[in-house]
Design a protein around this ligand. Sequence first.
Ligand code: HEM
Length: 519
Amino acid sequence: MDAVKNTFAISCAIVVVLCAWKIVNMVWVRPKKLEKFLKNQGFQGNNYKFLFGDMKEFSMMSQQSKSRFQNINIDDGDAVLSHVVAFSHHSLQTHGRSYITWMGWNPRVTIMDPDLIKDIFMKFNDFQKSKSNPFVLLIATGLVTLEGDQWEKHRKLINPAFHVEKLKNMVPSFQWSCSEMLGKWERLVSSNGSCELDVWPHLQVLTRDMLSRTFFGSSYEEGVRVFELISEQTALASDALLSFYIPGSRFLPTKRNRRMKAIDREVNVSIRSIIDKRIKEVKTGESNYHDFLGIILESNIRELDQHQNKTHGMTINEIIEECKVFYFTGQETTSSLLLWTIILLSRHQEWQSRAREEVLNVLVNKGMNVDELNHLKVVNMIFYEVLRLYPPVPGITRMVDKDITLGRYSLPSGLQIALPIMLIHYDEELWGSDAKEFNPYRFSEGISKATKNKLIFFPFGWGPRNCIGQNFALLEAKIAIVMILQRFCFEFSPSYVHAPDLILNLQPRFGAHLILRKL
Ligand code: HEM
């Protein structure tokens, strides 16, 4: 009996020692080994600090820039950078261009070399999307988070919805949504022909409306409610991201966790009811396939018919997740592009006049169609320059899946990699001494000339996993800006405060108070 007890006690002791070693290894031995390994290869950065790494400094800097009321000088690129990506900007200035930061006990290296960035994007199976914070996964898990065969299958089935020919059919819906917004603006304009307005909420409603109309077509009203919920979910997730994630904390019955779960349930139920209705319509032959959901369901049904096999095609749950992905990725990004375009055109009146002149010349007496819109060269140059200085997604990350060589570096499995879009877009070594200035001329002969064929401009990512919605976003933004320029001129109101803020993407912290004048 004693022998059995002893064996049990020894086994328990071994398990306890092994667990303790695993924890010590994870939070101390491994980070210190990696620190030495990475620093020996030339990466600079803070030494690893037990458990939290750089997270305390990171959250403190983010909170500081959020808590202070600050009107940032719009012409001072460094001030903008140090406000939006405070910690990365500080690290770049302190440690140089290849640096390590510590996300808790996990090291993250920042890469700014365009050739290495290209390599990372091309080898997308080796450099996978970072495992998202579980709070973000509650917003959506689909194309943005999938890997390998699953990602390939979904991308192939969804690609047809974003084909240029399909996008052309969406122009009337975009115009309709813009007309509604501009109609409201016209009613607000007083008898002297002008009004002061915070345009930010209007642009958010506009892009929400455009996406709901083109995505859900006839089910537009239900789609709007889903949007409201996903916006709330995004704000809650963004708040959660500012603090260090303690494994398992999302299961605690906190107020935020409960609300996030309730939203998730409601969103799933709403989208499922839209899809069920649509499938019924498909079966009775009442459905048309002009909206996104229709095109994706059609593409899915075709795939299932061809292969008669459930491993092909997407399940209804997967389609629901993809719908959430489009809401999440498609709305705030496009409203951000439109907003910063309007802000920079308010600051640079000469470019506003030039853009309006082009719009009035090129589109005179012509209906709005994709081919005509493609002739708007100045508007294109302005969009590129806005995407360079105010990229709606200021940075992306990847994860090293297995020990791998990247250029002259050996990177260990599990390492995170940051590709700091905004830091690269502002870099004087890469763009020249006017890198931090607004100068759309740099794009006058296209992107490859402006970038000298280097990968230093990637507001939509790059390579096989680039943004699937890029053409969609540029088309809707173009239609919106054209219609605004045709009817209004705009400038800053005295109450405008320039405070770009990173809330998962780049947004104006205090809105965008402008004076609109009817033309
Ligand atoms: C100005 C607007 C937009 C910007 C700046 C933008 C930016 C980006 C970026 C940087 C990525 C790459 C992320 C990475 O590599 O980790 C991406 C991916 C993605 N975007 Fe966009 N996006 C915009 C609009 C849209 C729209 C309108 C949609 C859909 C309606 C959309 C859907 C997606 C999806 C699904 C992915 C993941 C693609 C994949 O991994 O295969 N985006 N976007």
